[in-house]
Write a new protein. Structure first.
Ligand SMILES: Nc1ncnc2c1ncn2[C@@H]1O[C@H](COP(=O)(O)OP(=O)(O)OP(=O)(O)O)[C@@H](O)[C@H]1O
Length: 317
């Protein structure tokens, strides 16, 4: 096994479906061993297409992907055996039991039987008590848990989760996050696609944003939030103001909430935030504060801003 930092290398990857629709346009991406990478993007952005190509389900139209050095086309079996995929859609044979489903999946990858390992996987996913039940008798949430167990059955080094928590209840979502963290602690590389930005915010080490078949950026989550996030100082006033105080005119200060609140937006990265200046200037003018606090824009605001700006630029082009 290679120990290089990159476990999946995607270069110049493109996909045009038979309909002529170009779902991916020259994607380059290096996924690091042991990281949790979240791929965010609106509906139809190309997330599933990208994952499906890496997992060997969809053929690329151009470019190259290697998984731990194995080419996904030329060395398909080796590459695929390193990967577990939890797809969006339920794909199980409804007449099989939970145990048979998971055991069969392990066998398909040519792995020797390992009852103890599979028992642990089922226990971790709260499925052990259901092991003898037929798939058709399970609830939707339980079926999803089986999809995860199936993906883990052959002890993959890499786990892809395609919108793992779409439509699942709070408990399953929490269990899934817990499981993802445990797997990461064991060194498994995890790639998840999601519409839930808070999920990426909570879980990911790095975040990739896909829009219209293009990977717009891939960055460390903390860097992304620091670079693109804006901070805001929110000042609640004792007495409403009818106009912006002169001392803060020309600064990024706005009067809101019928004159009862002042907001000051500043660059979170800047060396000088200007917060002290603003507060002193207001105090000098006799403005009295009821409450002062600050907020950091969320990943959701950053994401919406980025995708919105890019779509607007395209429309204007
Ligand atoms: N087999 C196919 N033939 C033609 N077009 C397809 C095919 N599969 C996907 N597409 C199109 O490619 C685009 C990207 O789809 P994809 O499923 O990769 O997006 P996604 O980002 O995963 O979206 P979602 O968040 O809705 O799952 C969509 O416009 C989709 O309609």
């Amino acid at each position: 096994m290679s120990t290089s930092e990159t476990i999946i290398a995607v270069s110049g990857l493109s996909k045009t479906y038979e309909s002529g629709f170009q779902a991916l346009k020259t994607v380059d991406l290096e996924i690091r061993r042991g990281e949790i990478l979240a791929l965010l993007g609106p509906n139809g952005a190309g997330k599933t297409t990208l994952i499906s190509i890496i997992c060997g389900i969809v053929n690329p139209s151009g470019g190259k992907v290697t998984v731990d050095g194995y080419d996904i086309v030329g060395d398909y079996r080796q590459a695929r055996s390193l990967i577990g995929l939890v797809p969006q859609e339920l794909t199980n044979n409804l007449f099989d039991t939970v145990w048979a489903t998971v055991n069969l999946s392990r066998g398909l990858f040519g792995k020797a039987p390992n009852r103890a390992y599979l028992e642990q996987v089922l226990r971790d996913l709260s499925l052990w008590d259901k092991r003898n039940e037929k798939m058709m008798a399970l609830s939707g949430g339980m079926k999803r848990r089986v999809l995860i167990a199936k993906a883990l059955a052959h002890e993959p080094q890499i786990l892809f989760l395609d919108e793992p928590t779409a439509g699942v209840d709070v408990e399953l979502r929490r269990d899934m996050w817990e499981m993802v963290r445990t797997l990461r602690d064991k060194g498994v590389t995890i790639i998840l696609t999601t519409h839930y930005i808070e999920e990426a915010e909570e879980m990911a080490d790095r975040i990739g944003i896909i829009n219209r078949g293009e990977l717009m950026l891939v960055k460390e989550k903390v860097v992304l939030m620091r670079q693109l996030g804006k901070r805001q100082l929110i000042i609640q006033l004792q007495q409403p103001l009818t106009a912006l105080p002169e001392a803060v005119q020309g600064r990024a200060v706005e009067l809101a909430d019928d004159g009862c609140m002042l907001t000051y937006t500043f660059d979170a990265q800047g060396e000088q935030t200007g917060v002290g200046d603003i507060l002193r200037a207001l105090a000098r003018e006799g403005v009295e504060f009821k409450d002062v606090n600050s907020s950091q824009s969320s990943l959701e605001e950053i994401f919406v801003g980025l995708v919105h700006d890019s779509n607007r630029d395209r429309a204007q082009a």
